[in-house]
Write a protein that binds this ligand. Structure first.
Ligand SMILES: Cc1cc2nc3c(=O)[nH]c(=O)nc-3n(C[C@H](O)[C@H](O)[C@H](O)COP(=O)(O)O)c2cc1C
Length: 206
């Protein structure tokens, strides 16, 4: 089992990073392999809409996303975290999500017929972490929804969605017991989901 955490904030010690790491802790306690990546450490550009991926399900752009694709493919679950930037995910996170277009496939003669490659290879699981500075959850706008819906389109079942509010300064989340607890519980639920999946698979194979 392998879990990938993806941080969409350039603040490496920021709130998103802290909460995504907290959500990974339940896996680390069980010695399950985890990897945390910061989008900002990779150099890649936006999807250019060339449709070059549509025959191979591989992106044709030769940049650092090519280092991230194998990590996504190899992981059983993903935890995506983003700060709210103008009621939406950060630009880095949006660029990252757009580059996952190569994991979707469309019928050539009817664009309304489409699926993700995970529908063929097997559903995956996810948790999301959205962070904002304002005190009302509405002020994070579509941040959590964008993370959730994008993952769902890629056939990830999103089992937990953390919406952490009232966090502004870098690292403030490390003192926010409520947000830390929510992130940990989100990770625990993702872990329990994967364990249940393993148990059912084992029973079915007997
Ligand atoms: C460009 C920009 C836009 C932001 N937009 C919002 C917003 O729409 N709503 C909100 O509540 N906070 C907003 N914030 C605040 C951040 O979401 C908040 O500081 C968050 O804790 C940053 O997370 P990080 O520490 O992981 O970078 C914005 C911050 C920046 C820099």
């Amino acid at each position: 089992m392998k879990i990938l955490g993806v941080v969409g904030s350039k603040r490496k010690n920021g709130n998103t990073s802290i909460l995504v790491q907290e959500a990974l802790k339940p896996f680390e306690s069980e010695d399950i392999e985890t990897e945390l990546i910061y989008i900002d450490n990779y150099n890649f550009r936006g999807c250019n809409g060339c449709e070059g991926c549509q025959d191979t399900y591989k992106c044709v752009i030769d940049d650092d996303m090519q280092k991230i694709y194998p990590k996504i493919t190899a992981s059983d679950a993903i935890i995506l975290g983003s700060p709210a930037y103008f009621y939406n995910v950060s630009g880095d996170m949006k660029t990252f999500i757009d580059r996952l277009y190569c994991f979707e496939a469309f019928s050539k003669d009817d664009r309304s017929v489409w699926m993700s490659i995970n529908e063929v290879l097997g559903v995956k699981y996810a948790a999301v972490v959205a962070v904002c500075e304002q005190k009302k959850v509405e002020d994070m706008g579509y941040t959590a929804e964008v993370l959730e819906k994008s993952l769902e389109a890629l056939s990830y079942r999103v089992v937990s969605s953390v919406k952490a509010i009232n966090l502004f300064s870098t690292g403030e989340a490390s003192k926010d017991e409520k947000a830390l607890k929510e992130a940990k519980v989100a990770g625990e639920k993702l872990l329990k989901t994967l364990e249940l999946r393993q148990k059912i698979a084992k029973q079915l194979n007997n």
